[in-house]
Structures are given as structure tokens and as C-alpha cells.
Design a protein around this ligand. Structure first.
Ligand code: ZN
Ligand code: ZN
Ligand code: ZN
Length: 367
């Protein structure tokens, strides 16, 4: 995603408009993906607060420690922002409070508790609430550049999997296969590999298994769930393969999960509540008698972060809009025996759905 100051100007204006529509007087954002999304400025979160303040009736301000000012001044949206720098020894919270109008202040999810508590002391009388309805809602709907980045990340993850499965796996250890997956993500253009779940046999029944020294053996189900960051946007995909001849049980369970995943993807279209995507997957798995063995949500939004709104889970009634992207990843987990999960990232289109991952979904048998 290219640097474009106009994009950040638009986003800052939209955030101010959404805050006004909610009756809020300000939005306060700490270093986080929210700050990067709105301003293009991406410092690490520190004990010295850097805070973006978006207000409906005034230009946005960025409060930064004096020593961070040169970097902040070079960030993409710097021309849109009033930079307010504070030297060590001054009270940054009193300074920030002086920029917060009376009323309701919406606070980004990733601000440290220590900063919120100090702000609440420095700015008494304000009401405090979450900024997710403003920034989370904006980030959930990707623009064309963001969709392109997510598409490239998904294709690179698919290519990494294809390379991994081209060589024999039986006899190797989970940790070594995980290391290979990480290298393949990088080889296919990822800047970083963030997670590589490699779970064989009974380990596959633990959805967030950490790879171990266990050796992959014929007869195992193997869950591969991995992703990283490419051009700032995340990949996340899962396939379950059979090592050697699969048992009848693995075949049957895999087919249920495959049909559940297919049904959930087919349900995606603008206007439906995202929880209906979860319902579609769950109906298939419940009908097959494995309802209590599918104990996680069907999916999560993805973008700058691997987990972000909306969530394909009972209770999330977010209406799907074109440009929203999320995972569809039903699973069935049989304690002590096996686990199966299939995960693709999908994008809501004007009239339906685009699957960004294209690895085959049939049970693949590998040596
Ligand atoms: Zn997960
Ligand atoms: Zn995943
Ligand atoms: Zn996922």
C-alpha cells in the first residue's frame, strides 16, 4: 500500500464525522494499527504518550514527546495535523486534557491502561467510551488498495503451502515443518511470518497448538494454520492434510468441515449479519452430530491486524458491506484423536463473495 497523504486526510475527516454522528466530542488514539490507519504514523507504544486527537469541529492534533517530533513531522499525514510536542518534565496528560472538549471522549482499543487512567485524572468530567464504533467500523471496510494487499498476502500464503506440500512430510518434526513454513512465507514476499501452527495427530485437536518435537507419522491428520504480514496486511489460512492413507473417520470429519466452510462462504453477501456466516457453518456441523466439537467462532475480520472486527460469531450483527474481509474457518476437534480446520480469507463484493485463498479444499493425501 503506497504512501498517500490524501488517503489519511480522508480517513481523519471520516473519523471526525463518525465521532460527531455518535455525539462524541473527541477520539483519542495511541500508537497502534488504528494510528497507522488514520495518520500513517507508526511509532511503538511507549510509556511516554503519543496521542492523536480527532475532534469534529477542529483540526486533528498529534501530541508527541519532543524527541519524537522530527519523526512525527515526516509522517504521511503530518500536514493535516497540529503537532503538539512536550519536553520531558512537562505533564503530557494535562496538555492532552487541554485539547479535549467537554463531552464524550472515545478511546482507541490499544491505548495502555496507564495512559487512560492518567487522562481520566487530568480531564475530569468527560465521559469515556470505546472508539471501536468509529475506527473499527472504518477499518472493517477495505478500499481497493487494501483489498489488493490482502489478495497478494493470501496468494503468497497459498504459494507457501503448495511449496511445503511438494516435499515429503512423514518423519519430520512439527517444529521443523513450522520453521519451513515461516521461511516459505518470507520467500513468497511476506515481510514477516507471524504464526505457524503445525499440529499432527492428536495435537490437531488443539486449535492453537504450539509446534512440538513430535514426529509426523503415517495416519496423522495434519493441521497447518499460518500467516504473516505482506505490504502491511495480514495473511491467515488453514488446510488439513492426511499423512499417508487417511482413516475413515478423518475422511468423514474432513468432508463435514469442507461442506461447512463451503456453506459459510456461500452465505456471504452484502446486507446479511456476519453472525449468519457463523450460523451457516454451524448448521452443517451440528447436523452431522459434531456441534459440541466446534467450539470457536467461524471467523474474524483481517487487515492491518490478523484479528479485527467484524467477527463471524453469534452476537455480532454487523451488516456485511462490500470491502469487508474476514476469515471463514470452521473446525471439528476430537480430543486425543484428530482435528480438522479449513480457513480462507474472503472479501464481500458488490453482490456476493470473493475467496482470496485458492488452495484446494479437498482432503489432500501427502507422504
Ligand atoms: Zn485461531
Ligand atoms: Zn488461521
Ligand atoms: Zn484465522
Amino acid at each position: 500500500v503506497t504512501v498517500d497523504p490524501a488517503r489519511h486526510a480522508r480517513r481523519l475527516a471520516e473519523a471526525a464525522g463518525r465521532a460527531a454522528a455518535l455525539g462524541a466530542s473527541a477520539v483519542v488514539i495511541a500508537p497502534s494499527p488504528d494510528l497507522r490507519y488514520l495518520s500513517g504514523y507508526d511509532p511503538p507504544p511507549l510509556e511516554r504518550p503519543s496521542l492523536l486527537i480527532v475532534r469534529p469541529d477542529r483540526a486533528p492534533a498529534l501530541v508527541v514527546p519532543m524527541l519524537e517530533r522530527p519523526l512525527a513531522a515526516r509522517s504521511p499525514a503530518a500536514t493535516e495535523l497540529e503537532l503538539v510536542a512536550w519536553p520531558d518534565g512537562e505533564d503530557p496528560y494535562a496538555l492532552t486534557a487541554s485539547l479535549l472538549p467537554e463531552g464524550e471522549v472515545l478511546v482507541g482499543d490499544r491505548i495502555w491502561g496507564v495512559h487512560v487512567l492518567a487522562l481520566q485524572r487530568a480531564a475530569p468530567g468527560r465521559r469515556w467510551a470505546t472508539a471501536t464504533p468509529v475506527v473499527g467500523a472504518m477499518r472493517a471496510r477495505k478500499d481497493a488498495d487494501e483489498l489488493d494487499a490482502l489478495r497478494r498476502a493470501a496468494h503468497a500464503a497459498d504459494a507457501a503451502l503448495a511449496d511445503l506440500l511438494a516435499a515429503p512430510l512423514i518423519g519430520r518434526r512439527e517444529v521443523d515443518v513450522a520453521a519451513d513454513l515461516a521461511k516459505l512465507l518470507i520467500a513468497h514476499g511476506h515481510a514477516s511470518a507471524e504464526f505457524t501452527i503445525v499440529a499432527a495427530g492428536a495435537n490437531a485437536a488443539s486449535p492453537h497448538h504450539e509446534p512440538t518435537m513430535r514426529t509426523l507419522a503415517a495416519g496423522d491428520a495434519l493441521v497447518l494454520d499460518f500467516g504473516g504480514v505482506l505490504h502491511g496486511y495480514c495473511s491467515d489460512t488453514t488446510r488439513t492434510v492426511a499423512l499417508g492413507t487417511p482413516s475413515a473417520r478423518l475422511r468423514a470429519v474432513h468432508e463435514v468441515v469442507r461442506r461447512a466452510q463451503e456453506a459459510a462462504v456461500a452465505a456471504v453477501r452484502p446486507g446479511i449479519a456476519v453472525e449468519e456466516v457463523d450460523r451457516a457453518a454451524r448448521d452443517v456441523i451440528e447436523d452431522a452430530g459434531y456441534g459440541d466439537r466446534f467450539f470457536h467462532r467461524t471467523g474474524h475480520g483481517i487487515g492491518l491486524e490478523v484479528h479485527e472486527p467484524p467477527y463471524a460469531a453469534a452476537g455480532d450483527r454487523t451488516a456485511l458491506e462490500p470491502g469487508m474481509t474476514f476469515s471463514v474457518e470452521p473446525g471439528i476437534y476430537l480430543e486425543g484423536e484428530l482435528g480438522v480446520r479449513i480457513e480462507d480469507i474472503v472479501a464481500v463484493t458488490a453482490d456476493g463473495v470473493e475467496s482470496l485463498n485458492r488452495s484446494p479444499r479437498e482432503l489432500r493425501v501427502v507422504d
